[in-house]
Design a protein around this ligand. Sequence first.
Ligand code: ADP
Length: 694
Amino acid sequence: MERGANRIVPARYPALMASLGASAGLALLILVGGLLLKGTVVLPWFIPVMDLGAVICLLPTAILAGIDAYLRRDSRSLPVAGVAVGVSLLWIAHFVLFPGDIPGIAANGDSFASETTSWLFLGINFLMPVALAVALTHTARPVSRPGVAIVMTAGIALAAGLVACAAAGSLAAIPLHTVQPDGSFSWIVSAVGVAGLLPAMMAFALIAAGRQGDVRIAGGVLAALTFSAIESIALLFLQPRFSPVWYALHALAFLPAVALLAGQLQIYVVSVRAEQTARADADRVAAQLRAGFDLAVEMATQVDTEPLIRRLLEGARSLVDAERATLLRIEGEVGVVESGVDTGARPAPAGVRNPLTAVRSEVGLPIVAEAVRSRRTVISGPYRVDGLAPDHAASLIGLRHTMVVPLVLRGEVIAAMILSRRHDPSFTEVDSDRLRELTVISALLLRNVRLLDSAQEGSAAKSRFLNMAAHELRTPLSVISGYVDMLLGGTFGELDGTMAPPLRILSDKTMELSRQVEKLLTASRLDASTGASSVQEVDMALLASEAVKRVQPRADLMGAEIAVQLPAEAILVAADPDDVSLVLDNLLNNALTYSQPPPRISVSVQLGSECELRVEDRGIGIPMEQAERIFEQFHRVENPDFGYPAGTGLGLYISRRLAERNSGSLVLERSQAGKGSVFLLTLPASQARESSSM
Ligand code: ADP
């Protein structure tokens, strides 16, 4: 029975069977009622009302069927549209002629109109099931120009209707006397009735044989055909006009129109329901995505591995309503517990190592190994871990359902998450789908924090090494510089003229080396965040003029000019004076170092909402694209023309860190190659000054 998606298979379409049952039941009730009741009641309005009722149902049916064909661009509703147009024309003609008092056509007394209406009725009775049988077995096809197809269908239906009307008129002209003078009907009526039964029976036989038709329009058409078939049976028992059977017959003739309309409306109901279901599905998927996304965003802010993994486990656990979640790091054939969470028992302890194949489902399937191998989620019942410590194994008791989700990055499984429930139902594809986006992002985040961890470890190792090296250098350096000073001071005897100059160079270079070693130590102390600053109220103008004094001997040696612009009053900032002095020394020494002789430098201090100190030089300048990089550790600007004066690339790094440690900032404000640079140190003005000036 179940061949082809479009086949009308009774077992699969209970709604269809319900519509068939309901229409057959109602039709038989009307027929049996008509047959059992006796007597004659003349209701002159009955036929016009039935006729009009049919037209009122059929015209919207035609419109709805047309819209359906137009919007879906397929032909499935076109036969219904055709039936509705053609048959409504016949009903209109029937309405106009019955009871046959239209002037001009009432030839032979009323008998012409009477005969015509009778033939029209019989025409409807025969043509309707034929057209419905076609509609029922019609296979929907795509229509490239639906507008044209609709107009053509309506045109053919109208033409067929007109031909049928003309045929009814012509037949009325032949004295067949379907309506006898006493009001009863001749055998011809019964014969046409039987003829009308034939197409209906054929259509039913085709459906029973599972012949293809469009199941979506079949509900209404099948019900219409049932009314039509039982109406044909009623024609076999027809009694004179206004008898109960006659009334039953006309009611049965009207009902196919109602069924067709209901069928078309049903299509819209189904469409609206489908839209609602689709929207609900979309909302559910969107909510799921949002939950996963929110969690991913939250996780992305984590830079440490442990909190990130805990957030992942907690989030995944609640997304799929699990009680226990464990993350295993995959190291070849071994799984190492990174972390675990559990709402009711001891979570898996971090660091436990087990072969991947040790984690097995009830029936012995190695679920983690399988998830890693296939890179797909594996769903199973309870699980055990071979060779587990008894207290750890105890925490797995009572777990009823398990899902192992691999975290895959660039085709490689880097971790696996085991999620378990102590309650029913078991995990499904839906749960696995819920975690899909999350696991993709988690794999990425996990890799990133691990990289960050190793980078931080590397950086810490580097700082430790520099710190150690600087300490090791400092002691022998101070011994050397002490001896050089003693030699220069004549402690070991009077210097002859040839010894003094090289000793002075030795002394200078030793001091330079000491400064670099001090910088290394300061930088490594800053990295380790040791050496707290002691913030106090200091006068920036004073600090600046003292820094200039300290650098003055070197400036004099180089023939440099240092212009100082300081306000008359004190400029109070809250900062550590040692930190600020170190920054100023670095900036002034750099200005001297990176200038062609004779250097021209200016130092100025200004007070706005904050205190701004500028050191300006007319030196070699710095390309502005390096404006940030010069503040990185060990970064030095490539300048083969100028050469590379002794330096470590640490001065500006230290200076910026010190400024920031004092709630300030240090930037390269502007610079131009060959023209010079301006460094700007900003520090917060002292609160005391602000409040005293208020
Ligand atoms: P160092 O001077 O020890 O190399 P710094 O961190 O103080 O380290 O400076 C980093 C780099 O920035 C220097 O190597 C130099 O290339 C550049 N630089 C710093 N100050 C100036 C300046 N005033 N003019 C031109 N270049 C400078």
